[in-house]
Design a protein around this ligand. Structure first.
Ligand SMILES: C[S@@+](CC[C@H](N)C(=O)[O-])C[C@H]1O[C@@H](n2cnc3c(N)ncnc32)[C@H](O)[C@@H]1O
Length: 261
């Protein structure tokens, strides 16, 4: 065997070894990924099953809420809060003896109805929705449920509507629930504070975003919005705040809770 043949034989052998190693890495990586995804799916199934279990034990059936929830399905299946979260908001509003509630992001009124149910007879809830079709469906749900006396749905861009409420000297709210476009959350916080008083609760939804909240390199505008929202909360001296991570039927997410001093 001459020198050239020997060298090309060695090179060929090395290439084959490399290919075998790459192929096994590729296959093992694929298996690891498939296992991780199966584990993720089974965890997700368990979280959802527990949410359903809790809901079945603790939350009574309610035709008005079911109608609102079903009406949203013509647009999307993923916008509404879970029933366990609805019950939490209801309990918070009750604990607070809230008389005036502001909601940013109505969709078809499912969460609006949860909050409305915590209000006393003379209570008032204003909810803001940008999309005309959603606002119309929400309005129909509110009217069909006979809640028009307490609930007002304002259609428009929430920043503009909030500024108008401030301009019109709207009385402060006891509770403010923020659940609209995430990039605007810092602005919603700033404006909400102008519609608050000592003791007002401000609740911001969907802030953990599948764990991306702490990803400082995220380029996702929604993640950047909630990061700024929470950073601002930490800086504002007139509120005390926390953020709670949640898992369940709505996957891995979380919410902020603040109280105005
Ligand atoms: C997640 S959904 C709200 C769901 C509702 N809280 C519930 O649980 O039934 C968010 C809503 O905010 C609305 N929204 C988004 N950007 C908005 C804006 N700039 N002004 C007002 N509403 C907005 C969307 O159209 C959508 O209906």
């Amino acid at each position: 065997m001459d020198y050239d043949t020997f060298v090309s034989g060695v090179l060929c052998f090395c290439t084959l070894l490399g290919l075998v190693e790459w192929r096994s890495n590729f296959l093992l990586g694929g298996v690891a990924q498939a296992t991780a995804s199966q584990e993720g799916n089974s965890k997700m199934e368990k979280w959802s099953a527990n949410d359903l279990y809790i809901s079945k034990q603790l939350i009574p059936d309610d035709d008005v809420l079911s109608t609102a929830l079903n009406s949203g399905k013509q647009y999307t299946t993923d916008y509404e809060i879970s029933s366990t979260q609805g019950q939490l908001l209801y309990l918070l509003a009750k604990t607070k003896n809230a008389n005036r509630i502001l909601e940013v992001g109505t969709f078809c009124g499912y969460n609006t109805i949860w909050l409305e149910q915590a209000l006393p007879e003379d209570g008032k809830l204003i909810s803001i929705e940008y999309e005309k079709a959603y606002a119309k469906t929400a309005q129909a749900n509110i009217e069909n449920a006979g809640l028009s006396d307490k609930v007002t749905i304002l259609q428009g861009n929430a920043v503009d509507v909030l500024k108008t409420l401030i301009h019109n000297n709207e009385s402060p709210f006891d509770m403010i629930f923020i659940d609209a476009d995430k990039p605007s959350y810092p602005e919603y916080l700033k404006l909400s504070l102008q519609l608050s008083k000592s003791g007002t609760i401000i609740y911001g939804d969907n802030v953990v975003r599948d764990g991306e909240l702490c990803n400082v390199n995220s380029t996702d505008e929604k993640v950047k919005g909630v990061q700024k929202f929470i950073q601002e909360m930490g800086k504002i001296k007139t509120i005390e705040s926390t953020t709670i991570q949640t898992i369940g039927i709505k996957r891995y997410d979380g919410f902020t809770l603040s109280i105005v001093k």
